[in-house]
Design a protein around this ligand. Structure first.
Ligand SMILES: N[C@@H](CCC(=O)N[C@@H](CS)C(=O)NCC(=O)O)C(=O)O
Length: 208
């Protein structure tokens, strides 16, 4: 199998799960600034022109959450459980995409990526609305995590990796985590996993 990735939020989820499970994968780096994701040969495996993509035989699977679930199934792991917890995991994956990582991803893009690729200063209006949205979602997640080490059933699942995808870069992204002690404690626990702390084959600072 090949996992096409770069050092950004969505590929982090797929790379971390692959590493955590020891999946038999060749990691293939896609250079976004050079536009490799827009080339016809890449669009042939993902018409969205986005990473990550898992090439499993003749199956090109895109969408990080689906890739995480598939890797868990292949490894017969329970990061994507097959009992009632699956519905809970699905609930948090959906909630994350719409309410938590969406505003957090905006802050990440405005504060980390735009300066990095020379797109100018952050859009202050966008930052203000994303910050307000993030606070509303984070308050809910923080209450949920009180007394828990994981998002669902107190066992690691792909919901943890999805919800945490923006948090390793929270400081530089100016994602306001200070008021949310339970989120910080939960994420500190994830950072103890080698696969979450170092999900990518090449450390970002050394990546071309
Ligand atoms: N919904 C997709 C989002 C993938 C995505 O947006 N990937 C970004 C990197 S984090 C990307 O490839 N961006 C390239 C672009 O937008 O041109 C998933 O979860 O996999």
């Amino acid at each position: 199998m090949k996992l096409f990735y770069c050092e950004t939020l969505n590929p982090r989820k797929a790379c971390a799960v692959a590493r955590h499970l020891g999946s038999p994968i060749d990691f293939v780096r896609v250079d976004l600034p050079r536009g490799e994701h827009l080339r016809p040969e890449f669009r042939a495996i993902n018409p969205n022109g986005r990473v990550p993509v898992l090439q499993d035989g003749d199956w090109a699977l895109w969408e990080a959450n689906a890739i995480m679930a598939h890797l868990s199934d292949l490894a017969e792991a329970d990061l994507w459980p097959h009992d009632r917890r699956q519905i809970e995991v699905m609930r948090w994956l959906s909630w994350d995409a719409h309410h938590f990582t969406r505003p957090a991803g905006t802050l990440w893009f405005e504060h980390m990526i735009k300066p990095h690729i020379g797109m100018g200063p952050p859009d202050v209006t966008l930052v203000a609305s994303a910050t307000a949205e993030f606070h509303a979602a984070a308050a809910l997640l923080d209450r949920h995590l009180a007394g828990r080490n994981h998002v669902v059933g107190d066992r690691l699942s792909i919901a943890d990796f999805a919800l945490a995808s923006s948090l390793p870069d929270a400081l530089a992204s100016r994602i306001p985590l200070e008021p949310y002690a339970h989120i910080r404690r939960w994420h500190d626990g994830l950072m103890e996993l080698d696969a979450w702390r170092e999900p990518f084959p090449t450390p970002p600072a050394l990546a071309a």
